[in-house]
Design a protein around this ligand. Structure first.
Ligand code: 9MR
Length: 456
């Protein structure tokens, strides 16, 4: 495993005048890491595993599209197939993003995991605010499933038919569906999905069911009973939204017990979040965590798919949901593979995947620390881990006419939109494990997007 040389990425809150405003941060590294020669999808195929990622349809161009198309053999729409996305107004459908993802997958010889048909969240307000008899609710659900599964018949390898039906203690979650229809909604949903596309593999998907615990045992008992009743259930999805260093020790055992029931298992939403800022120790632990999850899947024949919930830290749900946490995916915000990427590759039998170390362990992180109607104060922190600098220069291009007016702890020049800041006489040296920060004031109007910083 290489040591960390990866640009670190994070989001912080920036203090705006009178109010806290979330502002995206961007970190750029001194060097660009290169992915393994053999794509993850190829490594996975050699082990009989499909390797997937959740995607956002509008981002499937440029570097994001290149990586999504080349490294992965399966795509899951992160949001595009949810009920609230496809039928925001009753009877009025919007399939644009879902269609786009399916077309991209077909063009790149990828599977699609459909996500998700029956959930308590991200439903349209007309549905959740309505007052329905159970017969009406049942027919709404059947129509939804028939319409959506039917539309993509033959194009979806697997559907997360039912998402997150359980509480942590293994009782059924109180939802629109459970409260209105009882637990029978699960068998009905599977049966209706099967009728609409008999070839799609049908899954129940949940979180905190990765290890052997009350919740996963409830899922196990449900699947067992559905199988006994002849209900079409093909697999279970273990989401695997994990916390750094907390891969359950019973993961493989748990995968195996589901496999022994006669269903497939997929790791459907893998990410490993950490308290920010990331550092080389945390990134190495994260690599070990990704590696052990993938290795557990590799060890069980019926574990068929490992999907990451976003492949880049720039497209992850974590920072906005868990303030102070992030860096949860295998690529940083700048699309450089992180140690976690190589952890996945190694678990899939990749060899020679670790690029030779360079002086790439120094990163520059740009942030807006306060902002008012015409101006803002920003800073750039240069931090090294596993490398050091004797002098430095941080450069970026402003995309919205921002203009530096004053800088401290660096000499900054701006020519047009191009800014270059070089170390002062006293802070060119950044030791391994150390950092320096310089600051500036600037003007802005309209918008103040965060630029990409290049360190040299
Ligand atoms: O990644 C999704 C994010 O963009 C949405 O805001 C969020 C809303 O709940 O849903 C995220 O995806 C969830 C997935 O559909 C089901 N498991 C948990 C995921 C993370 O919240």
């Amino acid at each position: 495993m290489r040591s960390s040389r990866t640009p670190l990425a994070r989001r912080l809150a920036a203090l705006a005048t009178g109010a806290l405003t979330a502002v995206g941060l961007f970190a750029a590294g001194a060097t660009t890491a290169h992915a393994a020669d053999t794509p993850l999808r190829t490594l996975g195929a050699a082990k009989g595993k499909v390797i997937g990622t959740a995607v956002t349809g509008s981002k499937l161009t440029g570097s994001y599209g290149d990586i999504a198309g080349s490294q992965f053999s399966s795509l899951t729409p992160g949001n595009a197939m949810k009920w609230g996305s496809v039928e925001p107004t009753q009877g009025s459908f919007n399939w644009t993003e879902a269609d786009q993802i399916v077309a991209f997958a077909q063009a790149h010889n990828q599977q699609v995991r459909g996500h998700t048909l029956v959930w308590h969240s991200q439903n349209p307000s007309w549905l959740t605010n309505g007052s329905w008899t159970s017969a009406q609710l049942s027919s709404l659900l059947q129509n939804h499933i028939s319409t959506e599964v039917g539309r993509y018949k033959g194009k979806i390898a697997a559907w997360d038919v039912v998402n997150e039906p359980f509480n942590e203690d293994g009782t059924y979650r109180s939802t629109l569906w459970y409260n209105g229809l009882g637990s029978g909604y699960i068998a009905n949903a599977l049966t209706w999905a099967h009728a609409a596309d008999p070839d799609a593999k049908l899954y129940i998907n949940d979180y905190n069911v990765e290890g052997v615990n009350s919740k996963s045992t409830a899922l196990y008992n449900l699947v067992k009973s559905l199988k006994q009743q002849g209900v079409p259930i093909d697999g279970v999805g273990l989401q695997a939204h994990l916390i750094l260093g907390q891969v359950p020790s019973t993961l493989q055992q748990n995968i195996q017990r589901f496999a022994d029931l006669g269903v497939d298992v997929a790791i459907t939403e893998l990410d490993v979040r950490m308290a920010l800022p990331a550092d080389s120790t945390k990134l190495a632990q994260q690599a070990a965590d990704f590696k052990s999850v993938v290795a557990a899947c590799v060890a069980v024949t019926r574990c068929v798919n490992v999907t990451v919930w976003g492949f880049t830290d720039s497209d992850s749900w974590v920072p906005s949901t868990f303030p102070g946490y992030g860096a949860a995916t295998p690529y940083d915000e700048n699309y450089s593979p992180k140690p976690a990427y190589y952890g996945i590759a190694e678990a899939l039998g990749g060899s020679g995947t670790t690029p030779p170390p360079t002086n790439g362990a120094c990163t520059a992180t740009y942030s807006v620390t306060s902002q008012w109607n015409t101006g803002f104060t920003g800073q750039v922190k240069i931090a090294c881990a596993g490398a050091s600098l004797s002098s430095w220069k941080a450069s970026w291009t402003y995309g919205a006419g921002q203009q530096i007016t004053q800088a401290w702890n660096a000499g900054c020049t701006q020519s047009g939109s191009a800014v270059t800041c070089a170390n002062a006489s006293y802070n060119g040296s950044v030791p391994d494990g150390g950092s320096v920060t310089f600051g500036f004031n600037a003007s802005w109007s309209g918008s103040n997007p965060v630029p990409t910083v290049t360190l040299s």
